[in-house]
Design a protein around this ligand. Structure first.
Ligand SMILES: [Zn+2]
Ligand SMILES: [Zn+2]
Length: 434
């Protein structure tokens, strides 16, 4: 399933270097730390500005302007208006080599913020409740740091600031799929891509695993068409509501009885509409929902099972149905070889006890589209203050990540990008002997 990644790109991305575990020399590592320290206040200010001015998917106009202005001031080659409001910038390193990318998402959610932070959202009903303000700030921070150590970079770094990760508005294209369609992985060709998501674990901790780490997400709609009649004379109609109830229950049994329990899948019907009045047998019911599955096997199997349930139940009562199933997002796949090659970088910086395995999550992320094309490396960055016992969940109105995670994210990303380029570069000539 996953050998769709072209072999040439894979070699480019995972070619192991005999140089050792981490490629960044001590002097450069120190410089990275100093640069982060130097820019930290500015980056926090940027984060707070973005947090105060959240914008919905495909409407990230001001965020995009701010990002483009900052990148231009760093002398990067900046392209705006990619996939509507996306910004792409190229940093050419001082030494020849391939290109790797870092991706950040910029959109916010239609949620009314309830935190009491002084930099609370100024846009009523909108909030950065998924931490994309943190992601954007980290990627900008990486651009600030790396543009000051250009001569150390053995290749190029492409910065991808993506709109609409949460999903484009209806009837609009957007997000990672559109970015790719508009050529973000070409010219120069990107060999591998890095991304992160904030996660309610301690600051200074990351979670990472290879393979499928976040579920694929699909959308479906089922329409059941029966026959209306008087509510007191059911024998003259075909009750679409009773059929819908039967279908809902049986669909849950499909998940619990026909799917391997160690290969997780979730089926949720989140919307149901039907009937007109209390004393009329409903003629039509519409069910709308989502299916989440980690494996491609389940993503193929589940819709087939669902369709046969819907057809079987409706036909046996003489009703008709339609079944519309749309694969939406593939699962996020961390390429195993690439992951193993880069994992020592995370461990080298944070320590072994701070790099924990990632339990697969049933939430989805459109980073998956990039990782389908080229080797991807996606990890969860802890944002919970160590003093807190819990922190609000993503997408909740009181989500309040600890800003100290930003510096951690910048440092990790700088090292991952530099190491990955170094591991692809030819060995430098040995030092001249005395
Ligand atoms: Zn989200
Ligand atoms: Zn998110």
């Amino acid at each position: 399933m996953r050998n769709r990644i072209p072999a040439a790109l894979l070699t480019l991305a995972v070619g192991l270097s005999p140089l050792g575990l981490t490629a960044v020399d001590t002097k450069t590592a120190l410089k990275i730390d100093q640069e982060i320290e130097k820019h930290n206040l500015e980056i926090i200010k940027i984060r707070r500005f973005i947090h105060m001015n959240p914008e919905l998917s495909n409407r990230e106009y001001e965020t995009s302007k701010l990002v483009a202005a900052k990148l231009s001031s760093l002398d990067l080659e900046v392209k705006t208006g990619v996939a509507r409001t996306g910004v792409v910038a190229l940093l050419r390193g001082g030494q020849p080599g391939p290109t790797v990318a870092i991706r950040a998402d910029m959109d916010a959610l239609p949620i009314q913020e309830t935190t009491s932070v002084p930099f609370k959202s100024l846009n009523p009903g909108l909030m950065h409740a998924c931490g994309h303000d943190i992601h954007t700030s980290i990627a900008l921070g990486v651009a600030m740091v790396l543009s000051n150590i250009k001569d150390k970079i053995k290749g190029n770094v492409k910065f991808i600031f993506q709109p609409a990760e949460e999903g484009a508005p209806q009837d609009e294209e957007g997000g990672a799929a559109l970015m790719i369609k508009e050529g973000v992985l070409d010219d120069p060709t990107v060999g591998a891509i890095f991304g992160l998501h904030v996660w309610p674990e301690d600051v200074g901790q990351v979670n990472f695993s290879t393979g499928d780490i976040m579920a694929g997400a699909d959308w479906f709609e089922i329409t059941i068409k029966g026959k209306g009649a008087h509510g007191a004379r059911p024998q003259e109609g075909i009750d679409a509501i009773v059929l819908a109830a039967e279908i809902i229950t049986t669909l849950q049994s499909v998940i619990s009885r026909s799917i391997d329990p160690v290969d997780p899948a979730v089926l949720t019907i989140g919307k149901i509409e039907g009937g007109t009045r209390s004393n009329i047998i409903a003629e039509k019911v519409t069910l709308e929902g989502t299916v989440r599955a980690l494996s491609e096997t389940n993503r193929k199997k589940i819709p087939q099972l669902m369709e046969s349930v819907v057809k079987g139940i409706t036909q046996s009562f003489g009703a008709t149905s339609t079944f519309d199933y749309r694969p939406t997002l593939p699962s996020v796949y961390n390429h195993p070889e690439f992951g193993q090659t880069m994992l020592p970088t995370l461990i080298g910086i944070l320590g072994k006890d701070k790099v924990l395995p990632l339990q697969p999550q049933m939430v989805a992320e459109d980073f998956s589209f990039y990782a389908q094309k080229i080797p991807g490396f996606f990890f969860f960055l802890g944002v919970k203050s160590p003093s807190q016992t819990t922190t609000a969940a993503l997408h909740s109105p009181n989500f309040n990540p600890d800003e100290r995670s930003i510096a951690v994210g910048i440092k990790l990303m700088c090292h991952l990008l530099l190491d990955s380029l170094d591991k692809q570069s030819p060995l430098e000539p040995p030092p001249a002997s005395f």
